[in-house]
Design a protein around this ligand. Structure first.
Ligand SMILES: Cc1ncc(COP(=O)(O)O)c(C=O)c1O
Length: 386
């Protein structure tokens, strides 16, 4: 039996959507992307959504937007708290905008930022907490907000792995000022490459519309919070640049595919949660493996497993065994990111010790979850681990 890490969520509907775009002759960002953004914002419960060409770009545009606000803009050297376990492109935009990262350990059970370590890491210098919802698991935003209290700290969410997760009856990605999403192949929805940022803040929305496309005014509403009022002279306005931006526009096909994926999303998440029930039931009392502890309602990107200190087998032996038996397996995201050579380019500090990040780096792994029933695969995994 094969137990893959990821599988396609496409059927004829996505291919028909691509064909519709091909027939229209409009390939770059247009009406399909705009409709998808509006539908996505509604689904998630946010005022605005901006689609870009990847989750990494979503993180980049989110951080960039915070540098260009009229009031309360971040400045180079400002401190941002991050969990030590996430994907590389959670961190890179912070480095690229000259922000100072403070790595904080994770919780060994939930795999999200360790709340007590976070509490002691926050100082009067902290400007942002960049929370990451790991492998579908939302953070405890009550506790994070309680730590923030009435301090002037921006809460950002990297929700690239956790579309559909819910905490306190509110979608993950909507608990802070901005939330980011990825629609890369292996994620909850797939436009193959793609990402989104959601926010309720109109100024940030306008800034993102501008820096997504060349930093020009063309995609801004006539009255907007970046340049005020645009002129009626289309020629003058066509190449008017107001912010240092990028070209992160998605293709029109990605918007059309996104619309189809969104129709299936609730059902796909329901099935992922049904699979999780089977997985958590089966592994709850495993003698030498611990599984990820759910906070709120996870959308179960995959199933993380961590070997206990007294496990009778090493991780490398175990991984070998799983691969030989055609079970795909990966490390828990990037493990302890702070161990990487790339850190020599960062202005950063490590808060206390990264003991748990190190532990899961050496002893953790995850297997896939899918939008179809996995009873057989999970039983197969369990029997192999026995
Ligand atoms: C936590 C996290 N942030 C950002 C990204 C980047 O998303 P993308 O691959 O769409 O660039 C990923 C990718 O999986 C991720 O896991």
């Amino acid at each position: 039996m094969k137990y893959p890490l990821a599988s396609t969520t496409w059927d004829e509907a996505e291919y028909a959507a691509i064909e519709r775009v091909v027939r229209s002759g409009v390939f770059t960002m247009g009406a399909e992307v705009l409709t998808f953004e509006q539908q996505f914002a509604k689904w998630i419960g946010s005022n605005y959504a901006v689609m870009v060409n990847s989750g990494s770009s979503a993180n980049l545009i989110a951080v960039a937007a915070l540098m260009f606000r009229k009031t309360g803009a971040l400045k180079r050297g400002d401190e941002v708290i991050v969990p030590a376990v996430s994907w590389s492109t959670t961190y890179y935009p912070l480095q690229q905008y000259g922000l100072k990262l403070k790595f904080v350990d994770i919780d060994r059970d939930t795999l999200n930022i360790n709340i007590e370590q976070l509490r002691s890491a926050v100082t009067e210098n902290t400007k942002v907490i960049f929370a990451v919802n790991l492998l579908g698991n939302p953070n405890d935003f009550n506790k994070i907000k309680e730590i923030i209290g009435n301090r002037n700290i921006i809460l950002l969410e990297d929700n690239c792995e956790s579309l559909g997760a819910v905490f306190n009856n509110k979608q993950a990605g909507t608990h802070g000022l901005l939330g980011t999403f990825s629609s890369f192949f292996s994620h909850h929805i797939a436009t193959m490459e793609g990402g989104l940022v959601v926010t309720n803040d109109e100024e940030i929305y306008h800034i993102m519309l501008c820096i997504r496309a060349h930093g020009w005014t063309r995609n801004l509403p006539k009255r907007n919070l970046v340049c005020g009022e645009k002129s009626d002279n289309a020629f003058d306005e066509s190449f008017r640049f107001v912010l240092p931006g990028y070209n992160m526009r998605p293709l029109e096909m990605s918007g059309a595919i996104g619309k189809e994926q969104l129709k299936k999303l609730s059902q796909m998440i329901t099935t992922r949660r049904e699979n999780a029930l089977i997985f958590t039931d089966m592994f709850a009392n495993h003698p030498w493996i611990k599984i990820q502890k759910e906070i709120g309602e996870s959308s179960w990107f995959g199933f993380a497993l961590v070997l206990s200190e007294d496990a009778p087998i090493s991780r490398s032996e175990l991984v070998q065994k799983l691969l030989l038996n055609e079970i795909d397996v990966r490390p828990i995201v990037a493990g302890n990111f702070a161990k990487n050579e790339v850190l020599k380019w960062f202005d950063c500090t490590i808060h206390n010790e990264l003991t748990n990040a190190d532990y899961i780096d050496k002893n953790g792994f995850f297997v896939g979850n899918h939008h179809y029933p996995l009873d057989e695969q999970i039983k197969y995994l369990y029997s192999l681990l026995k």
